[in-house]
Design a protein around this ligand. Structure first.
Ligand code: DMJ
Length: 588
């Protein structure tokens, strides 16, 4: 076996040698030269960066620092270049052989991985299709509304939402840049990077009142990921500007921030429709970003702010162990009895388990709070439909409301993560089963519609069974949660079905949501030809397409044990130094 491989290798090298010598001669006559200033080091650094593009910057720096200094060298002669190229091919062949051996060993040790190794040969095509969609979405925005927050792909006009305040903050650019980078779209990533570097300025440019939560998950989260992925230092300054701009929102008697903030005046306010209460999903979804900002700046103030919020939530009197959706920033008491894993509640739960993962399993408070509330959710909020679909109810005054939002499908990924890390076998099996059953229900909500895309809200009442045909909200606004859930299930179970479900949804979006200048939401998923909303949400590029893409990559791309996705799908590296020394320092 080995002999055959070596022979093949030698034959390939001889062939390559001849080809390269011929090419060398040709380029010599064409006057081509190597590196203009005679240095090879920059290219090597770029190679190391490229090979390590998925590693945290700290590791990358360490690796570069470990390498001996390389002195400038003379320009290489053509035969030398050819020789080096041959050497490189030899090295690649050896690497390939090694990889094959490692794959074989891994197949023995991890049957899930082995199933994946033998997966659908169509996979590359699927991945490429997602990249094409990203390019289409990006080009529409870039060509017609560059610098605006979002594009209206039908009219080609800028779209602004209240959450962004009044100014053009380039929301799509900041939200999409890490997806471009992950997909290897270098030119597009560099456009985004240059715009952020030269134009993004939260302190000077933000106007009106913006959403503290959305600014955190989209802008701060995006910048933190870009820093972690690329190591370009200016992202730290930009992220710090966003964090500093938001600090005033925490100036309340309890430290619980308000929903909206004017960056210019520093005045925060809550919504009238929320009876001036703060919202659980908003105040509970800041932890990862502020913790990471403290890590990269070395300034503990950001983590202290969100830790204080966590402490209030931890101590507050709950309803049967569950967290109502509204809380007073004045006295830290919950208000009302509406409990939901959809809108108003969702990512608070997500961030408990993710904060524990981000902390390298050391944030014990997050672990304790997550495991306790998960137990209660499983006890009080799981129901089954007449066709035996498992779903999550909402609770109001202790009574179940039999509806599930598209947003609530995020819980598929959350329970899959819990099951993955759960040690107790019976509980592990139970929660993994719950994740898969909920994933199936979210799938039914998709395939029971004409468009094969699921509605904003689906019901389990009367004739409705994971549908919204007669009742309620039947549109789709390019949301990611369902694909996100299947992404986690694919990564953690290795069942091909989840890849196929993502592909079906991707094809449906391409069929129904694509317009000349981007992608739009649908007014009615049951009558997809009826009309569209003319908004390309920035999260379509940040999340929907990213999770779809990562479903078709190797598991080593953004490996789940090294990266934690914030709720906008911006990956943050697991913090190996948690807890930071300063964490316990009293807050001023
Ligand atoms: C995104 O901004 C985030 O996923 C958030 O957690 C919920 N809403 C949108 C997508 O649906």
């Amino acid at each position: 076996m080995k002999v055959v491989r070596v022979k093949k290798g030698v034959a390939a090298i001889v062939f390559l040698s001849l080809a390269l010598l011929a090419l060398g001669a040709l380029s010599f006559f064409a006057g081509s030269s190597g590196d203009a200033d005679g240095h090879v080091e920059p290219q090597r650094v770029r190679d190391v960066q490229h090979r390590n593009k998925f590693r945290p910057e700290s590791e990358l720096k360490e690796q570069l620092e470990r390498r001996p200094e390389v002195a400038p060298v003379k320009p290489r002669t053509e035969p030398e270049v050819a020789h080096e190229e041959i050497h490189e091919q030899e090295r690649k062949l050896e690497e390939k052989e090694e990889n094959e051996e490692v794959d074989a060993l891994r197949a023995k040790l991890h049957p899930v991985e082995a199933t994946k190794a033998a997966a659908d040969p169509e996979n590359e095509k699927r991945k490429e299709q997602v990249v094409k969609m990203m390019l289409h979405a990006w080009h529409g925005y870039r060509n017609y509304t560059w610098g605006a927050n979002e594009i209206k792909p039908i009219s080609g006009q800028p779209n602004n939402q209240g959450i962004f305040g009044g100014a053009d903050m380039g929301a799509t650019i900041v939200d999409a840049a890490d997806t471009l980078w992950l997909m290897g779209l270098k030119e597009e990533y560099e456009q985004a990077r240059d715009w952020i570097r030269d134009n993004f300025d939260m302190k000077k440019k933000a106007t009106g009142t913006l959403s503290v939560f959305e600014t955190t998950i989209r802008f701060l989260g995006g910048l933190l990921s870009l820093n972690a992925l690329t190591g370009e230092a200016f992202y730290v300054t930009k992220a710090k500007d966003v964090g500093d701009s938001l600090l005033k929102a925490f100036n309340t008697p309890t430290g619980i921030p308000k929903s909206q903030l004017s960056v210019q005046t520093g005045v925060g306010q809550n919504f009238g429709w929320a009876s001036s209460m703060s919202i659980l999903s908003e105040i509970g979804t800041l932890h990862l970003e502020f913790a990471e900002l403290s890590r990269i700046t070395g300034d503990p103030v950001y983590l202290q702010k969100v830790q204080k919020v966590r402490d209030v939530l931890d101590k507050a009197q709950k309803l049967d162990g569950l967290y109502p959706n509204y809380i007073s920033p004045t006295d830290g008491r919950f208000s009302g009895s509406h409990i939901s894993l959809g809108a108003l509640g969702d990512s608070f739960y997500e961030y408990l388990i993710k904060a524990w993962l981000y902390s390298n399993f050391r944030d014990d408070q997050a672990r304790r709070m997550y495991w306790a509330v998960s137990e209660k959710i499983q006890e009080k909020m799981v129901s089954h439909s007449r066709s035996n679909l498992t779903y999550l109810v909402e609770l109001r005054n202790g009574r179940a409301e039999h509806q599930m939002g598209h947003l609530a499908c995020f819980a598929v990924g959350m329970f899959a993560l819990e099951g993955h890390y759960e040690k107790e076998p019976a509980r592990k099996a139970r929660v993994l089963n719950l994740a898969e059953e909920l994933g199936r229900t979210c799938h039914e909500s998709y395939i029971r519609s004409e468009s094969h895309i699921g509605p904003e809200m689906f019901y389990f009442i009367g004739q409705e069974d994971a549908t919204a045909k007669q009742t309620g909200a039947n549109g789709y606004i390019l949301r990611p949660e369902v694909i996100e859930g299947w992404f986690y299930l694919w990564r953690l179970t290795g069942k091909q079905m989840y890849r196929d479900w993502v592909w079906d949804a991707v094809e449906s979006m391409e069929k129904w949501c694509k317009r000349e200048k981007g992608y739009v939401g649908l007014q009615n998923v049951y009558k997809p030809e009826q009309g569209a909303d003319d908004v390309q949400q920035s999260f379509f590029l940040a999340e929907t397409l990213k999770y779809a893409y990562l479903t078709f990559t190797e598991d080593t791309v953004m490996a789940l044990d090294a990266w934690v996705f914030n709720t906008e799908a911006h990956p943050l590296p697991v913090n190996k130094d948690y807890p930071m020394k300063e964490q316990a320092a009293p807050q001023a």
